[in-house]
Design a binder for this molecule. Structure first.
Ligand code: CMC
Length: 422
């Protein structure tokens, strides 16, 4: 059997055989026979917008790999900065490369004083930290004039290092401002995740040393959130990047998309839902009301995973490690009960709705003391490396500017009527 499909235009009887390559068919072939007829694909659910060699995802089997490495192995053995290097450069670093990479990132953690003093401190006192982060990422482009040199390899590498390094500093600065605490400068003696926790929580101590179990947990959560192929924010990054916007402006577009509750805000929704449920006894009634069409089970279901999200499995394990230090978040028992009820209920089973990455991450963040407003920010910090890997890959591809078509459903041509005659 040939690995191809044949399409026939029934208006003309004309047929065309299109080869299937790497699980896809080229729309350029389709255009040969059907010019002016577009695929109507809202949400791009069946459109591969690009070829990519960064993440592999099999939603039916519940598999996620970065550059071929299973997410489980990376979460177990690697560090976030090593994973960021892998995503960006395609290979794991050797010792020397890793040392240099960590040193480069560490020496770019500071932000320009004007970003903090004049820009971030200009926000309203109760500004949402994610709104501050989105704006601050965009504002950085005005500080680095070489940001526009996207085809200069040295300048491109510089912006990549700056963006990855400055994310925790901006994130912590946004939090500190929103709770009225003074800004904490990066401590370059500390590794990436420990430095972030120091900038978040330091009060008057000369050196803040976070509990190593919590540092490890944050680092694993960063690994799990680093990339996820063509998700909504990565698509936003690629779309802005396809117009050759600088990486700060493109990343701000990506972060804005991550701000949405359907994407980076779902873990916040999970915590709100579990709080609303209140106790294990109410789980059954809550599930019944979801089945009756009153809202959705937050942290359940995924556009691509039709199986247990492999990241959720790892996060569930991390939750227990965190609770050893922080004490158990009382929402955990409700979450476990909810998962058990849903996974044994035909409504969820038949629709293949399983816990996703957000189901347990929120209760970990809450146990660690992060306010819910910070949850999407915690997602954005590591996702920056994935966004940049896709942005860089896009620039190295023979990419076109993203410019989809539409199926027009508006009024036909009509004549303008002056206002006094309407
Ligand atoms: N609770 C109850 N029913 C659900 C849920 C849910 N969480 N998710 C999907 N369904 C039902 C939906 O009502 C529909 O039923 P029916 O066929 O009877 O109309 C069916 O399952 C298919 O739903 P869909 O909306 O076509 O699925 P989708 O692929 O468009 O949506 C989703 C994916 C993630 C937006 C959705 O599952 C959802 O809203 N989940 C809750 C929010 C959430 O946890 N989001 C985080 C996603 S993971 C983080 C990330 O990668 O950014």
């Amino acid at each position: 059997m040939p690995d191809s499909i044949t399409i026939t235009d029934n208006r003309t009887g004309q047929s065309l055989e299109i080869p299937i390559r790497n699980g896809g068919v080229s729309s350029a072939e389709w255009q040969k026979i059907l010019p002016g007829i577009w695929f109507h694909d809202p949400g791009l659910t069946t459109t591969a917008m690009t070829e990519s060699a960064i993440s592999y995802l099999d939603g039916d089997a519940g598999i996620l790999r970065y550059r071929g490495y299973p997410i489980e192995q990376l979460a177990e053995e690697s560090t976030y900065l090593e994973v960021a290097y892998l995503l960006l450069k395609g290979e794991l670093p050797n010792e020397e490369q890793y040392k240099q990479w960590v040193s480069d990132i560490t020496h770019h953690t500071f932000i320009h004083e004007n970003v903090r003093k004049r820009f971030l401190e200009g926000f309203h006192y109760d500004a949402h930290p994610m709104g501050m982060l989105v704006s601050a990422i965009a504002a950085l482009s005005t500080f680095y004039l070489d940001a526009k040199e996207i085809y200069n390899p040295a300048a491109r590498e510089k912006q990549i290092v700056r963006l990855i390094a400055k994310m925790p500093t901006l994130a912590a600065a946004a939090h500190r401002f929103s709770v009225g605490m003074p800004f904490v400068y990066p401590d370059n003696e500390l590794p990436f995740a420990a430095n972030f926790l120091s900038m978040m929580w330091k009060v008057a101590e000369p050196h803040y040393s976070a509990n190593p179990a919590l540092v490890k947990a944050i680092d694993v959560l960063f690994i799990l959130h680093a990339d996820h192929e063509q998700n909504c924010s990565t698509t936003a990054m690629r779309t802005a990047g396809s117009a050759h916007a600088d990486p700060y402006s493109s990343a701000a577009a990506a972060a804005a998309s991550l701000y949405g509750p359907r994407h980076g805000g779902a873990n916040e929704a999970v915590v709100r839902m579990l709080t609303e449920i209140g106790s294990m006894e109410n789980v059954g009634d809550y599930v019944k009301s979801v089945k009756a069409g009153h809202g959705r089970l937050q942290g359940f279901g995924h556009r691509v995973y039709k199986n247990y999200d492999p990241r959720a499995r790892i996060i569930k394990r991390v939750a227990y490690e965190v609770f050893e230090v922080t004490g158990k978040n009382p929402l955990l028992d409700i979450a476990l009960k909810l998962e058990e009820v849903a996974l044994n209920d035909d409504y969820f089973v038949s629709r293949r709705l399983y816990p996703n990455v957000d189901f347990y991450s929120g209760i970990i963040y809450q146990a660690m003391g992060f306010p819910v407003d910070m949850f999407p920010v915690l997602f954005a910090i590591p996702r920056m490396s994935g966004w940049l890997a896709h942005w860089s890959e896009l620039l190295d591809q023979d990419s076109k500017i993203v410019r989809p078509r539409q199926v027009y459903s508006g009024a036909p041509e009509r004549k303008y009527v002056p206002i006094d005659q309407r």
